[in-house]
Ligand binder design. Structure first.
Ligand code: C5P
Length: 231
C-alpha cells in the first residue's frame, strides 16, 4: 500500500493567525500549503465572473474542478502567501469582503462542500501538507498526523483582520468587520454540514495574548515531537 504524505491541519475561525502560522510552518518544513478558504473564495469569484448566482449551489459546485491551477506562493519578506489562479494573481480580488461573504454562504451548501472535497485532497502531495481551514481535521483530512485548532477573542480577531486588510490596501470599517466576522463565525459553527469545531484529537491553542512567534514556537515544538524531521 502506498503511504500518503503526512498532513498537519490548522483549523479555527478567521483572525486567529491560521494563515500566518500555516505559511511559516510550510516554509520551515518545505511542505505544500492548502488555504482551503481561498478555494471557497475562488469559487465565489468564478461565480461572479460567470454571472452565476451564489445561491445556485449546483451550478457553483460545477465550477470546482481539480484541474483549476491554484498555487499558494510565498512572497519573500511577507508573512502571508499570495494566491494565483491559472497563473494570474487574484489575491487582492478574493480577499475582498464581498468574496468572503459569498464564500461563507457557499460553505453552507452540501453540493459545494462535496465538490470541493477531492480538490482539497489533491493538495496532499510529497513531502507533506499544511492545511488551513475550518474542517481540515474533522472532515477533509481526518487521519492527519497533527491537528491544531486556534482560537482568540472576537475583538482581537477583528483587530488582526483589520490590520491584514489594511496592509493589502483593502479599506473596511472596523465595526462592520467585527459584525460581519461574528455573523460568519456563527454561520460556520451552526451549519449542519462540517460545522466549525475542533477535532477530538486536535490540540487547541488560544492565541488572544500570544504573538505569532510564540504560537509558532509552540507548534514547531509539537511538530518536532510528532515527526522525524531531517533537521
Ligand atoms: O478562511 P477564509 O476566511 O478565507 O474562508 C472564507 C469562508 O469560507 C469562511 O468564512 C468559511 O465560511 C468558508 N470555509 C469553509 N470551510 C473551510 C474554509 C473556509 O466553510 N475549510
Amino acid at each position: 500500500m502506498q503511504v500518503k504524505p503526512p498532513v498537519i491541519t490548522v483549523d479555527g475561525p478567521s483572525g486567529t493567525g491560521k494563515g500566518t502560522l500555516c505559511s511559516q510552518v510550510s516554509r520551515w518544513l518545505q511542505w505544500n500549503l492548502l488555504d482551503s478558504g481561498a478555494l471557497y473564495r475562488i469559487l465565489a469569484l468564478l461565480a461572479q465572473r460567470e454571472n452565476i448566482d451564489v445561491s445556485n449551489a449546483v451550478e457553483v459546485a460545477g465550477l470546482a474542478r481539480t484541474e483549476l491551477d491554484v498555487q499558494f506562493i510565498a512572497v519573500a519578506g511577507e508573512p502571508s502567501i499570495k494566491v494565483t489562479l491559472d497563473g494570474a494573481d487574484i489575491d487582492a480580488q478574493i480577499r475582498k469582503e464581498d468574496c468572503g461573504n459569498a464564500a461563507s454562504q457557499l460553505g453552507g451548501y452540501v453540493e459545494v462542500r462535496e465538490a470541493i472535497l477531492g480538490w482539497q485532497r489533491s493538495f496532499q502531495r510529497p513531502p507533506g501538507l499544511v492545511a488551513d481551514g475550518r474542517d481540515m481535521g474533522t472532515v477533509v483530512f481526518p487521519a492527519a498526523e497533527l491537528k491544531i485548532f486556534l482560537t482568540a477573542s472576537p475583538e482581537e480577531r477583528a483587530k488582526r483582520r483589520y490590520k491584514q486588510l489594511n496592509v493589502k490596501g483593502i479599506d473596511v470599517s472596523f465595526q462592520n468587520l467585527l459584525t460581519e466576522m461574528a455573523e460568519r463565525d456563527n454561520r460556520d459553527k451552526q451549519r449542519n454540514i462540517s460545522p466549525l469545531r475542533p477535532a477530538e484529537d486536535a490540540i487547541v491553542i488560544d492565541t488572544s495574548a500570544s504573538g505569532i512567534e510564540n504560537v509558532f514556537a509552540q507548534v514547531s515544538a509539537l511538530i518536532k515531537q510528532r515527526f522525524e524531521l531531517p533537521v
